[in-house]
Design a protein around this ligand. Structure first.
Ligand code: ARG
Ligand code: ZN
Ligand code: CA
Length: 253
C-alpha cells in the first residue's frame, strides 16, 4: 500500500568444507541486514555527515524475503568470476530458480579473478541480465552475514552493495574504473575512484579540476563495512524504477 516491494530471495550455498556451509541463522542475519539497510533503520545511519543528510535516501521501500535455500557440497576450492560455473549444475553449481521472479544469490567458498587469484568479495548482474541463467549475486562466504564473517567485511554490507548493482546502481565513480564518470545520481558527488578502509570525513577529491567532498559512506563505494551506511535519494529513485510495474525487474513484485 505504501509502495514497498518485497523481493523474494533464493539462496544457493555451494561449500567445500562444512564451516563454509553457511547456517540458516547466518542467512537470516544477512536478510535482516538487507532489510535494515534498505529501510534506513540501520543503527549507524546517524553517522551521515550533516552535509549529506539532505541527500540521504531514507527508506528505499524495498525489502527482502527468503523463499528457498539450496545447498550443495563441491570439491572446488575457488570459482572464477568470468565463468559463472556456480550457476549451472552441469558445471558443478546450482541452477537458478526462476530468475525473473526471484533474486538468486550464490554463496561460494572463494571468488577468483580472471587470473585465478582470490580476493573478490562479491559481484552482481545489472537489470540488463534480467531472467538470464546467470542473473543474480555471487558472494564469498566469509563476507556473508555477521556471525563468523571476516572483519572488516563482517556487517553484511557486501550483499547490500551487490544488491545495489542488481538494482541498477553503478559505483559512485561511475560505470568504469576510469572514474570521474556519472553514476546517474546527481546527489552523489563526482568521484575519481574507490575509497578503501576507514577514511576520515571530510575527504576531498578532484574531478575535472573541481574538488568535492566525497560521499565515501555510500554503500556503492569500497570502504570497510562499518564505514558505509547510506544510499542517496537519487539512488533510491533508480532502484525504485527497476522494480516498478513497468521496470525491468517488475517480475520480482
Ligand atoms: N564488488 C566489491 C568487490 O568485489 C564489493 C565491495 C564490498 N565492500 C564492502 N565494504 N563490503 O570486492
Ligand atoms: Zn561494486
Ligand atoms: Ca553522482
Amino acid at each position: 500500500a505504501d509502495g514497498t516491494v518485497e523481493i523474494p530471495v533464493v539462496l544457493n550455498v555451494i561449500y567445500n568444507t562444512s564451516p563454509q556451509n553457511i547456517s540458516d541463522a547466518r542467512i537470516a542475519e544477512q536478510i535482516a541486514i538487507l532489510n535494515t539497510d534498505y529501510g534506513a533503520t540501520n543503527s549507524d545511519i546517524n553517522k551521515i555527515p550533516s552535509e549529506f543528510k539532505p541527500a540521504a535516501a531514507g527508506d528505499v521501500k524495498i525489502r527482502f524475503k527468503l523463499v528457498a535455500t539450496n545447498r550443495k557440497q563441491s570439491s572446488k576450492t575457488g570459482w572464477k568470476i568470468d565463468l559463472d560455473e556456480m550457476k549451472k549444475s552441469s558445471t558443478g553449481g546450482i541452477d537458478t530458480t526462476n530468475p525473473t521472479k526471484n533474486m538468486n544469490v550464490w554463496i561460494v567458498n572463494s571468488i577468483l579473478d580472471e587470473n585465478g587469484v582470490p580476493g573478490i568479495l562479491g559481484y552482481a548482474t545489472s537489470p540488463e541480465s534480467v531472467g538470464l541463467w546467470y542473473d543474480g549475486l555471487v558472494i564469498g562466504c566469509q563476507y556473508f552475514g555477521k556471525t563468523g564473517a571476516s572483519a572488516p567485511f563482517n556487517l553484511g554490507r557486501t550483499v547490500t552493495h551487490e544488491v545495489g548493482h542488481y538494482l541498477n546502481l553503478p559505483h559512485i565513480w561511475g560505470p568504469s574504473d576510469a572514474g570521474c564518470l556519472t553514476d546517474y545520481s546527481n546527489d552523489t558527488p563526482d568521484s575519481p575512484g574507490p575509497n578503501y578502509g576507514t577514511p576520515t570525513y571530510p575527504l576531498y577529491k578532484t574531478c575535472g579540476g573541481v574538488s568535492r567532498s566525497q560521499m565515501f559512506m555510500n554503500y556503492m563505494d569500497y570502504v570497510d563495512d562499518k564505514m558505509m551506511f547510506m544510499f542517496s535519494a537519487n539512488q533510491k529513485t533508480r532502484m525504485q524504477a527497476v522494480v516498478a510495474a513497468a521496470g525491468p525487474r517488475a517480475g520480482l513484485r
